[in-house]
Design a protein around this ligand. Structure first.
Ligand SMILES: Cc1ncc(COP(=O)(O)O)c(C=O)c1O
Length: 443
């Protein structure tokens, strides 16, 4: 149990202390996101006080009406009684291909555009496939920090992974660092998110080129997780078919799988529908190993008819109609999806200032030489306090986050904050609580 300097805290000291003890969590710093959610729910209930909740990346916005209406119409048409095609309904596949062309400037066959049950399933299916291609290449490399559940997926699959924190390897330094892993010959795939959960770093084109060229040189597939597609608000990626485009490794290699989630960018997390897009070259590539285990050599065929079939036999029919309608509106230039989510960047700007104005520092603060964008997440630390102590102490001040320690970051002093659930009406409370924290701990 972490010691407090002042027990007269914004949330009743005894309540927080007892709830932490009752939760059975031995070390708050290594608690999972869902464990923290449950603990904070309990403290809020007992104390009657509202937290500044920054532990979980749930969208804080309403889903677009065009998606909801399309789902209602599809349900009324009776789609619920029919099994969806495993590779996705035809008009959704067309809209995904248009979206990828319009916002990434990448041409791809509709066949290579596949809906998945959230990006979570896309990642799981990719791991299942990629570690089957070559018995020597049995390890996934994470460019960390990263989304902890993807490592949990590999644990569930009993597959191996390697990881490094990219903090000290930005720009040209990334090449040598990546080579030091991939040259061992055991890496099947490289995964990262961009913009990055939890740090909100965004790889530059120079870095994506390095990753792409290494993928080609070593025959490695890159899984590029675009869960926060186009949400680097420093650039305007919102115009279909017009530069600038969301940067992607897909410009620098043929060996890629993109995971494009609808959860954050379309506030559609509850419907569990995401997009998996692979290069046409990878889709059609043939492997003797696949032929041996599945009776068919083609990558794309096995991904759809063996792996996705086995996992969920497709994606909820009506959700596919909802996603297709949103994508069509976006592709037709009738719905500006970026303006809807820009609010997260504005919030982050204010909240980061409240933290830095009260003795806190931003941990991941640069993309090469440029200051980081304001977006869905940011990371912070307090002087030389350990992340575990900081996370636990902040609970007494009604502020929650997650420890960077569980994300593969070497900055275990840091906390990830998600801005999505903090309304502007709570900024005052946040300020008062941070001020008191700083007063209690500044020396
Ligand atoms: C980096 C990253 N990848 C994937 C996901 C999961 O996306 P989905 O809801 O589409 O399964 C998330 C959700 O927080 C995420 O942050």
């Amino acid at each position: 149990m972490t010691l407090l300097k002042n027990q007269n805290t914004p949330i009743d000291y005894t309540i927080v202390k007892n709830k932490i003890a009752a939760s059975g969590i031995k070390n708050i710093g290594s608690a999972s996101i869902r464990e923290l959610v449950s603990l904070v729910n309990d403290i809020e209930k007992e104390s009657g006080k509202k937290f500044i909740r920054m532990e979980m990346g749930v969208p804080g916005l309403m889903p677009p009406e065009v998606g909801t209406q399309a789902e209602i119409n599809a349900l009324k048409m009776g789609v619920a009684s029919k099994y969806p095609m495993i590779d996705g309904v035809a008009h959704l596949k067309d809209e995904i291909a248009r979206f990828v062309k319009n916002f990434l400037n990448i041409a791809v066959n509709r066949r290579s555009c596949i809906p998945t049950v959230g990006s979570m399933q896309g990642g799981f299916a990719a791991f299942l496939m990629l570690n089957k291609l070559n018995p020597i290449k049995d390890t996934v490399l994470f460019i960390d920090p990263g989304f902890p559940v993807q490592k949990q997926q590999l644990d569930v699959l009993n597959q191996k992974y390697a990881t490094f924190d990219v903090y000290n390897y930005r720009g040209d330094a990334l090449k040598e660092k990546l080579e030091s892993y991939v040259s061992k010959g055991n890496i099947s795939s490289i995964i990262y998110s961009n913009p990055n959960n939890p740090s909100w770093i965004c790889f530059t084109d120079k870095e994506l080129k390095i990753i792409g060229e290494i993928a080609t040189k070593y025959g490695i597939v890159v899984i590029e997780d675009l869960a926060y597609f186009a949400m680097d608000f420093r650039k305007d990626y919102s115009k279909p078919g017009q530069a600038p485009y969301q940067p992607s490794v897909a410009h620098y290699t043929d060996n890629w799988i993109l995971l494009i989630s609808s959860s954050k960018v379309f506030s559609y997390a509850g419907q569990r529908v995401g997009m998996m897009v692979l290069s046409d070259a990878l889709f059609t590539k043939e492997y003797a190993t696949l032929n041996k285990s599945f009776g068919h050599p083609q990558f794309g065929h096995n991904l759809i008819y063996k792996v996705l079939y086995a996992l969920s036999s497709g994606v909820t029919h009506s959700a596919q109609y909802g996603l297709a309608a949103m994508l069509k509106a976006v592709n037709d230039g009738k719905f500006d999806f970026i303006s809807e989510v820009k609010i997260y960047g504005e919030r982050a700007g204010v909240m980061k200032k409240l933290f830095t104005g009260n003795g806190f520092s931003i941990v991941y603060d640069k993309d090469e030489d440029k200051p980081l964008a304001d977006g869905f997440y940011f990371t912070f630390s307090y002087k030389n306090m350990s992340g575990d102590d900081l996370l636990e102490r902040l609970l007494y001040y009604g502020i929650s986050g997650i420890s960077l320690g569980i994300t593969g970051s070497e900055h275990s002093e840091g906390i990830r904050a998600c801005v999505s659930q903090t309304k502007s009406t709570q900024f005052k409370d946040l300020e008062i609580r941070l001020k008191q924290f700083h007063k209690d701990y500044f020396n």
